[in-house]
Each structure stands twice: as structure tokens, then as C-alpha cells.
Ligand binder design. Structure first.
Ligand SMILES: Nc1ncnc2c1ncn2[C@@H]1O[C@H](COP(=O)(O)OP(=O)(O)OP(=O)(O)O)[C@@H](O)[C@H]1O
Length: 594
């Protein structure tokens, strides 16, 4: 029986030619690893292996070959598909989230009041898997939109030509999307032979958006406005969180649209490490049982590393597990193994649990040491700032001034525990923005005024490096390196300051005001034909001195606001000015210094 099912599987697998079917080396073992019988069998293999009958356990080389091939194809199947969850219980998603989605689907399929649901969350946290499982359990057909992959070019045609039938095959992705959505909403499914008692209840799923929507979200909103007027079935959008501001759910579904169209939103969290661990252990055990030595069992430490390296992305974790258990020669050699992992030996098993725990803790702390293929571990911005401002140093190397000449010994600092450049990189914001946040917040972490003075010089130098826009992209990294390292080095007496709230840079508000003022100045005083900066720094201060009744009310208000130096006091750092001035007034100084 098992052989028949193997044959069946092989036959099914032959529907799709392997990508390298025409590669001359296919008949030979890849990278020369196969044994002689495999090579022989591959060459002699008939086109339809399923037709040929053979007994299981036969010593016929062909049978052996089929078994090998089938096991190979089984091994090649991605585990994320092979072990995709079949029921709610198997989902690696928090029960409450599943319940929320289930309730929404139930409410919006059982009544005439259909609606739109937006699922957000990090990539690979099981949003799609949840919708698929629930739809299956609730007996709904899923109509999913995928961007068409035909290569027919889209040609823009003026409206009078578009009426012509011969041009009608050229349609934009957006209009194809609109057709899909409105038709899926309007018409029932075609009844096909073999459908049995399949229901007409359906759910529309959109995860793949036409690119145009990211440039012009308004066109999506117009389509949705039309959809909700006639909607008969629930529509679910899945948008994965993105570090880029212009491609996340905030761009496609801003708050106003969610309110206007009554879109419900459910946000998923990354998969919890304990749940992830359970899934990985289950898959690992099942595979080890099935493969009869073809795959390696994964030890606990490896599973833990995969969990921590995947940042809650179950797809990435399962893929990494599959690769890590392959017994390929190149992989055995250590290509896939963790950078710092030592080969597993029988001795390894004897390592005490305590040591393993310590090791896994160390692995977590040293962010750099991830399994290859692990997900890029990004740092939440405030955590990244904390890593610089509350910087930790190694106190093991405690010979003061080691390696420095005596006159420079005061520059000695203990070794940093982290690389500032790596921290900036993982914060996923530009070096310039990172510097702005440091500028806004560094004062609270300094105790010596001389240190503050030196730190502010480093920050100014960093600004200077990126002042010229022609070299900004090249110099940006140097700028952030100088700012972070300069700040860390100048803090000679770093003391633990405990919790300090971090603030966003005032610069952002100032810059926003500046841009708004430029636009307003250009609009209100366009007849003067001056640049926005000249208008604000030359014309408006002059007009503010005149008492000219010819100006309209908006212009007068603007002149009063922008044309005069504001004497308003701003909240913030000014409270520091007083102690600093007092301090300096006590310092004996030369005339020039004052
Ligand atoms: N226990 C499990 N729970 C959820 N998903 C699992 C589980 N085991 C394996 N998987 C697989 O993990 C993958 C999860 O990806 P899914 O598409 O659901 O994520 P997503 O949150 O929609 O992210 P994206 O937006 O990137 O697609 C699926 O391929 C699923 O088959």
C-alpha cells in the first residue's frame, strides 16, 4: 500500500517538471554525492513511473530508485506547506485573536450586513493561516485576489480610444482589481462538477495589492466606497507591518478611511516563543520519525536559537528548521550551522542543563550571533536609543590606559559591549534621524558639564558631515558613527541614571512649521515673486514694520506670526540654561573666554 501511495505521489509530482529537469547534470548525482545505484536508476527511469508495478521491499534497483526519489521529493517539500495548520488548535496564534477573527467572520457572513476586516501584524505571524483555517471550518469559499502575472503591457490610452473594442484587452491592474472585487461581491460561484454540497458562502481575501495603490491610496478608497454600497460578502485585507512608512497599513488604510467605511481592524502579535517552540518541536519530532535518518534531529539549543532568531515569524523559523536538519555534505561541513555553534558531539549531550541555559541566555544577549537564515532582528527605536544612552561596557579589561601612552591615558574607556553602528542599522531609521533623537535626549545622561561640552561638539561635527546634500548619502553612516561614538566617549563618568523618559526631537515640529510657513508665505505673497526663505527673512519683517491697511486679514495675521521675532517662551530645555550660566559665572576666565 505504501508503495502504491508513493507511486501516486511521484506521478502527481511529475505534473510539474522540476526546474532543473533539462540540466545535463540531473542524471548524475548533484554535486557528485549520490551513490552508484542512484545514478544508474536516474538514467534508466521511465517517464511514467506510476504505471510500473513493483513490490515494496523489492531489491530491484528501479524500486530502490523510486523510493529514493520519492523520499527526496518528500524532503524537498517545504515544511511550511507540509505542516500548515489544519485546525484552530494547530494554529500558532493566540486564542483570543482567533476568537476575534472568528466572531467577526460569523457576524458578517450570517447576516446581510457584510463588512471589511483589516488584519495587521508582522510578517509570518499566521494571519493568512488563521483566515484559511477559519474559512475551512466555517464552510466558506475563499476568493483571493493575486496580482496577475501576465506580461501584457499596460498602455495608457486616452479616453476616446478606450471605447474601441480592439483596445479593450489593455486594462490596468487597478481596474482589474476593481472588476474582481465588485464581481466577486455580486455573483455567486459557478457550480462545477464534483463540487458536491459546496456552499455559496464566500469570503474575499486580499493580501497582494496592485502597486498603484501605494502611490495613490485614494484609488483604493474609491473602489472600497463602491464596494461597501453593494457588499454582500465579507472582505478581508491582510497587510503586514512594514518598517517603511509608505507601505504599511497606515498608508493604505488611514484612520479616516477606517472610520468612514466602518473597517474593523485586528492586529496580530509576533508568535510567542513558547508557542513557536512547541510547533518546532512537533515538526522536528515528526520529521525525525519519518525520515529514518535522512534528516537530523534538532537539539533543544538549536530550536531555541531558531526561535529567538526568527523574531516571531513562524514561516522563517520553520524554513530555518528544515534547512538546518538537512544532512547534506555542504551543510554538514557547517555552512548552515550557527556562526558560533560548535559541532554536536556525544560529549555535547553531556553538557549540563545549566550550561545550556547560560549559553542560550548569552546567545540572546549577543544579538549578532544568530542562526544563519534567522530573521533580521530589528530594534525598536527607543530600545536602540537606550543601548547608546545607557551604554554598557565590559569591565573585564580593567587595566586603566592599557595600550595608550601616559599623556593620553585619560582617553581610556572600557570596551563597548555593542557596536554603535549595528545599533543604528537595526533601528531602521536614517543616521541623521538617529542623531536628532540623541541630540534631544543626551543631556539627561551626562553628569559633567565638560563632558556635555565635548559631546555637543561631536554632535555638531556629525551634523557638518551631512550638511552638503551631494555627499549626504555617503557621509550619513560616518555622521551617525561619529555622533554615537563621540557621545559614548565623551561621557567619562557614566553613572546609572535609572529610567529617563525619551522625547522625540523638537526639530521635527520646527521643520513641520517651517514647511507650512513656506507654503503659506508663497501662497499669500505670490505677487512678490520671491523665494519662501526671502519672503520670511526679508519681506515679512519689513512689512511687519509698516502699517499698511491694504493687506487682507490672512496676510496681516501671517505677518504678525512670522514677520516678528516671537518672544514666547518654549517649554523644554531652557530650565538647564540657568544652572549652566551660574556655573560658568563662577569659573575664573580670561576676557576672550567670556
Ligand atoms: N502552527 C502554525 N500556525 C500558523 N502557521 C503555521 C503553523 N505551522 C506552519 N505554519 C506556516 O507558517 C506560515 C505562516 O504564514 P502566514 O502567511 O499565515 O503569515 P502572515 O502573517 O499572513 O504573513 P505574510 O503577510 O508575510 O504572509 C504558513 O505558510 C503556514 O502554513
Amino acid at each position: 500500500v505504501s508503495f502504491t501511495s508513493l507511486n501516486k505521489q511521484i506521478t502527481l509530482n511529475r505534473w510539474v517538471d522540476p526546474s532543473f529537469a533539462d540540466f545535463p547534470g540531473e542524471n548524475f548525482s548533484l554535486s557528485g554525492m549520490g551513490n552508484g545505484s542512484q545514478v544508474l536508476c536516474s538514467k534508466a527511469q521511465p517517464k511514467r513511473p506510476g504505471k510500473r508495478k513493483a513490490k515494496a521491499g523489492s531489491s530491484d534497483p528501479h524500486t530502490h530508485c523510486l523510493l529514493n526519489k520519492s523520499a527526496q521529493s518528500d524532503q524537498d517539500e517545504p515544511w511550511v506547506d507540509k505542516y500548515s495548520p489544519r485546525s484552530q488548535a494547530e494554529l500558532a496564534v493566540h486564542k483570543k485573536k482567533i476568537e476575534e477573527v472568528e466572531n467577526w467572520i460569523r457576524v458578517h457572513t450570517n447576516t446581510q450586513q457584510s463588512g471589511i476586516l483589516l488584519l495587521t501584524g508582522p510578517s509570518g505571524c499566521g494571519k493568512t493561516a488563521t483566515v484559511q483555517v477559519l474559512s475551512k471550518e466555517l464552510g466558506l469559499r475563499v476568493h483571493e485576489w493575486t496580482n496577475p502575472t501576465n506580461h501584457e503591457p499596460y498602455i495608457y490610452l486616452p479616453s476616446h480610444m478606450r471605447i474601441d473594442k480592439k483596445f479593450s484587452r489593455f486594462t490596468s491592474r487597478v481596474s482589474q482589481f476593481q472588476d474582481f472585487l465588485l464581481r466577486a461581491n455580486k455573483y455567486n460561484c459557478l457550480r462545477m462538477v464534483g463540487d458536491g454540497g459546496a456552499t455559496d458562502r464566500k469570503l474575499i481575501l486580499v493580501e497582494d495589492f496592485p502597486n498603484q495603490f501605494y502611490r495613490q491610496p485614494g484609488s483604493l478608497h474609491d473602489i472600497l466606497r463602491r464596494f461597501v454600497k453593494t457588499s454582500r460578502c465579507p472582505l478581508v485585507f491582510i497587510v503586514s507591518d512594514s518598517l517603511r512608512r509608505d507601505s504599511g497599513s497606515g498608508c493604505l488604510f488611514p484612520k479616516e478611511i477606517q472610520d468612514e467605511l466602518d473597517i474593523n481592524s485586528i492586529s496580530f502579535n509576533p508568535v510567542a516563543p513558547t508557542t513557536m517552540m512547541k510547533v518546532l518541536s512537533r515538526i522536528s519530532t515528526l520529521e525525525a520519525g519519518k525520515s529514518c535518518g535522512m534528516t537530523r534531529t534538532s537539539d533543544q539549543a538549536l530550536l531555541e536559537t531558531l526561535c529567538s532568531g526568527s523574531s516571531g515569524d513562524i514561516r522563517s523559523a520553520v524554513n530555518s528548521l528544515q534547512f538546518s536538519t538537512l544532512t547534506d555534505i555542504s551543510l554538514e561541513k557547517g555552512l548552515w550551522r550557527m556562526k558560533t555553534d560548535k559541532p554536536v558531539t556525544s560529549l555535547g549531550r553531556a553538557v549540563s542543563r545549566k550550561k545550556q541555559r547560560k549559553k542560550s541566555k548569552e546567545t540572546k544577549e549577543q544579538d549578532e550571533e544568530q542562526a544563519i537564515g534567522g530573521k533580521d532582528a530589528s530594534l525598536f527605536l527607543f530600545r536602540a536609543l537606550g543601548k547608546i544612552l545607557h551604554c554598557k561596557r565590559d569591565d573585564t579589561d580593567c587595566v586603566p590606559g592599557a595600550g595608550l601612552p601616559s599623556h593620553l591615558s585619560h582617553h581610556h574607556r572600557e570596551k563597548l559591549q555593542l557596536s554603535p553602528e549595528l545599533v543604528v542599522e537595526r533601528s531602521h531609521i536614517s543616521g541623521e534621524f538617529f542623531n536628532l533623537y540623541l541630540q534631544q535626549n543626551y543631556l539627561d545622561f551626562f553628569s559633567e558639564v565638560e563632558d556635555m561640552d565635548r559631546a555637543s561638539e561631536y554632535l555638531s561635527d556629525a551634523d557638518l558631515l551631512t550638511a552638503d546634500w551631494t555627499s549626504r548619502s555617503t557621509m550619513g553612516d560616518y555622521g551617525s558613527s561619529l555622533a554615537t561614538r563621540g557621545l559614548l566617549h565623551s561621557n567619562s563618568r557614566q553613572v546609572s541614571v535609572g529610567f529617563r523618559p525619551l522625547h522625540k526631537p523638537n526639530w521635527l515640529l520646527v521643520n513641520k512649521n517651517h514647511r507650512e510657513n513656506c507654503l503659506a508665505a508663497q501662497f499669500l505673497f505670490r505677487s512678490f515673486c520671491l523665494t519662501p526663505v526671502s519672503l520670511q527673512t526679508e519681506l515679512l519683517p519689513y512689512l511687519a514694520k509698516l502699517n499698511n491697511p491694504m493687506r487682507n486679514q490672512a496676510q496681516i495675521a501671517f505677518i504678525q506670526d512670522v514677520g516678528q521675532m516671537s518672544l514666547r517662551r518654549f517649554p523644554g530645555r531652557y530650565k538647564f540654561c540657568l544652572p549652566i550660566m551660574l556655573l560658568y559665572s563662577n569659573v575664573p576666565c580670561s576676557h576672550d573666554d567670556s
